[in-house]
Write a protein that binds this ligand. Structure first.
Ligand code: PLP
Length: 366
């Protein structure tokens, strides 16, 4: 039986090459494995044109572990983080900051509007205690794209430091050290880089990391400690996710062979356009206005006036080889369809087909 297509980014669909890269066991002390880690980290720093200014600190765990590590390590104990929230991942950043006992404030833009840089400027002017700003580049709970360049400009003009959760955009949408002012970009192995889940990483300005001594409330999530150990020994501090690193190294090689970031973005844009076109033909409505939609994940309104049941719809679509994602909105019934992963026109076509059949079978035509 063929594996289902995962439109649940992420985990997402990976290539056979990436999967087979995991068929070898690596010793965590071994120089071959250390070289693999070093190569991955160098490639990731080059992705933001950060050489000489930024370092890559890899971290075991899912993406949230890396967000928590970045906030805990970079925010001084007497610092204050302003979180720009328009969905679940912004709320999560605020929650993990509160849980570690750090001062923070949230501007909540709702679930349908992008972050408004003017309101950020006003908030920064009104509260001199704010030292750092946290923003979600693509808010994956809806698929909304936030205006990163404008936010970065406002934060820099106010003399504050920016931390970017770019989990679901990194590797596809541009984030360049020469064009934006930021201290850290956080992402993970299993989204636009098309690796498997198990590690996050923080691309952090070396001067900001060097100033992070004594900040982290956590041992295992202390980025500075992780970095120093890596510097000194070439090894991960504590057991590395060896197979995940090997898969990410293979995924990054394919990324370069396929044409790098511009090619990745172009494929995802084509996937997203195919998906939106197909949904429209079926009478389904996207949740976001087209100008707010990142080519990462599409939130779709449940068909109006039907006996909508996501579990049944999910099962009917899965029976045709496609795995969808539930909605993550509090106010309206939605479901989500990812357009990232090792997928292209054929898989998007299969997804539309599976959705069409499921709507038919369940009598859910809008
Ligand atoms: C995926 C994602 C995360 C991390 O989620 P994990 O489930 O911990 O990997 C954080 N922020 C955004 C915007 C994401 O898309």
């Amino acid at each position: 039986m063929r594996e289902p297509i995962l439109l649940t980014p992420g985990p997402l669909t990976t290539t056979l090459k990436t999967k087979t890269a995991m068929l070898r066991d690596w010793g965590s002390w071994d120089s071959d494995f250390n070289a693999l880690t070093a190569g991955v980290c160098q490639r990731l720093v080059r992705l933001i044109d950060g050489e000489g200014q930024f370092v890559c600190v890899p971290l075991q765990g899912s993406g949230t572990f890396a967000v928590e590590a970045a906030v805990g390590s970079l925010l001084p104990r007497d610092g204050k983080l302003l979180v720009l929230a328009n969905g679940a991942y912004g709320q999560r950043m605020a929650r993990l900051t509160a849980q570690m006992g750090r001062a923070h404030a949230v501007i909540d833009f709702g679930e349908t509007a992008p972050v408004d840089p003017r309101r950020v400027a006003e908030a920064l002017a009104a509260d001199p205690a704010i030292t750092h700003v946290g923003v979600i580049h693509c808010e994956t709970s809806t698929g909304i794209l936030n205006p990163l360049a404008e936010v970065a400009a406002v934060v820099a003009a106010a003399g504050r430091r920016l931390v970017i959760d770019a989990m679901s955009s990194f590797g596809a949408l541009p984030i360049l050290a020469g064009e934006l002012a930021f201290d850290a970009v956080i992402a993970s192995s299993n989204k636009c880089l098309e690796g498997v889940p198990g590690m996050g990483f923080v691309l952090v300005r070396e001067t900001a990391l060097a100033a992070a001594e004594g900040n982290s409330p956590s041992l295992s999530l202390d980025l500075l400690d992780q970095w120093r150990y890596l510097q000194r020994t070439g090894q991960w501090r504590y057991t590395p996710p060896t197979h995940v690193v090997a898969a990410l190294a293979a995924a990054l090689r394919q990324y370069d062979e396929q044409g790098g970031r511009p090619a990745r973005l172009a494929r995802y844009q084509a996937n997203c356009a195919a998906l939106l076109g197909g949904l429209e033909r079926l009478g389904l409505k996207p949740f976001l206005a087209p100008e707010l939609q990142a080519p990462v994940i599409v939130t779709v309104h449940a068909p109006a006036g039907t006996a909508w049941d996501f579990q049944r719809f999910y099962a009917a679509v899965k029976a045709r080889g496609v795995v969808l994602y539930p909605g993550k909105l509090t106010s309206v019934e939605t479901f989500r369809v990812g357009c990232i992963g090792a997928i292209g026109a054929a898989e998007m076509g299969q997804a539309i087909d599976a959705i069409a059949h499921a709507l038919n079978e369940l009598g859910l035509q809008p």
